[in-house]
Design a protein around this ligand. Structure first.
Ligand SMILES: *Cc1c(COP(=O)(O)O)cnc(C)c1O
Length: 405
């Protein structure tokens, strides 16, 4: 093969495919995908093999808690998709990945800075779980790059980033924030669930850990829960040890599902991002909508930064109802939709809708700067693989149900 770097769709097809996981020893040929290896016990060949021990690395049979070939194939694929990563730990959910990573990298007396527009359970981990361990946590404004160095204190050891932010979708300058953090000896952990490594190569952009909820785009079919942390060097070792201490392991059945999802992820992301842009553009022209919070949308406040740093998007964005609409009207809108399920999560093949009010969870800056927050009532959409024309017709029906403002 030539030295030309492979394109994202090709990388997703090639990643983590090793003959030793898809063929039988001593026999020619093999199959495409690794088998689902259900295993607790891993057998040793003889006493000498047992006495020699086995290193705790992917690819060595040891014990089921360290995974088997199905999980190794998934972890290896994710590592290969994240430039700069030397390994990936798998967790039974995205939240488990966030909690274990923060516990691995922080000690009593340390401080965590977390982005003010963090995923709500991340905020709960910071202010709840970490406090139990004597770790202080403070929110910071991710859009204030100039004030960031001053926000970092003597005890700050880790900064938790997310971009675009949960619900309100602000893009922040991750390379600049990560560079400031590194300069001060602070580790940057990015919740990269929205873009993933193909849309935003987090480690290459200066972060130390790239976290993902694989429940979303990698799974892609709303049928599994999983999370991952990709990193390198001593940071990876600390996360790996923490995962082992806490007995974190994912089932081989779920790993096989996630691997299956991974192969079509670029195709699904491309399609749902294009459809989301179409829907967002339509919503931006509607009088019932005061703002569309979608960095992929040309003219949105974050579009230039998004274009600079991201090479892809996805189907998740939000909008705000114009002044005069109230919560019952928003509920009528949502209930009138026939093609959008009401539910959490996103990144599946089916479209979803959820109402949100950021004020209680985004405490420093509830709404992005420079938008018309209108009624202050948010609606988040996850655009799936339906035809966008059908989704727009459905939303038209929903907006009609709002009634007069
Ligand atoms: C869903 C989500 C998570 C948590 O993932 P689970 O797999 O649901 O535990 C973390 N971060 C973001 C941004 C998410 O959307």
């Amino acid at each position: 093969m030539s030295d030309r770097p492979l394109k994202p769709a090709t990388r997703a097809v090639e990643a983590g495919r090793r003959k030793q996981w898809t063929s039988l020893p001593g026999q020619p040929g093999g199959v495409v995908n690794p088998a689902v290896w259900r295993a607790s016990t891993h057998l040793y060949d003889d006493s000498a093999d047992h006495a020699g021990g086995r290193p705790n690395e992917d690819g060595h049979f040891y014990y089921g808690r360290r995974g088997g070939p199905t999980q190794w194939a998934l972890a290896t694929a994710l590592t290969e998709l994240e430039p700069g990563a030397e390994g990936t730990e798998l967790f039974p959910s995205g939240v488990a990945a966030i909690a274990a990573t923060l516990l691995a990298l922080l000690r009593p007396g340390d401080e965590l800075l977390f982005t003010d527009n963090a995923y709500e359970p991340s905020r709960a981990i910071a202010l709840g779980l970490l406090r139990q361990y004597g770790i202080n946590a403070r929110a910071f404004d991710p859009l204030d790059v100039d004030g960031f160095a001053a926000a970092i204190g003597d005890k700050t050891r880790v900064v938790l980033l997310e971009s675009p932010g949960s619900l309100t979708m602000e893009v922040c300058d991750i390379p600049a924030l990560a560079a400031i953090a590194r300069d001060k000896g602070v580790l940057s952990v990015l919740d990269n669930t929205w873009a993933g490594p193909l849309g935003f190569p987090a480690l290459a952009r200066g972060c130390d850990v790239s976290l993902m909820s694989l429940t979303k785009h990698v799974g892609g079919h709303s049928d599994l829960m999983m999370g991952s942390a990709s990193a390198a060097g001593p940071v990876l070792e600390r996360i790996r040890r923490q995962a082992q201490f806490m007995g974190q392991v994912v089932s081989p059945d779920d790993a096989a599902l996630a691997l299956r999802g991974l192969r079509t992820m670029p195709l699904r992301l491309e399609r749902s991002a294009a459809a989301a842009l179409q829907v967002a553009t339509w919503l931006a022209g509607r009088p019932e909508v005061s703002a569309v919070l979608c960095p992929m949308l040309p003219g949105s406040p974050d579009h230039a930064l998004w274009q600079r740093d991201f090479s892809g998007g996805c189907g998740l964005f939000s909008f705000v109802l114009a002044k005069g609409h109230d919560k019952p009207a928003r509920a009528r809108l949502i209930d009138a939709l026939e093609l959008f399920g009401i539910g959490y999560s996103w990144g599946g093949y089916e479209s979803l809708v959820i109402p949100f009010d950021p004020a209680p969870i985004h405490t420093l800056r509830p709404w992005p700067a420079g938008i018309d927050a209108g009624s202050g009532l948010g609606v988040r959409l996850s655009i799936g693989l339906e035809d966008p024309a059908d989704l727009i017709a459905d939303l038209e029906r929903g907006l009609a149900a709002l009634g007069e403002p």
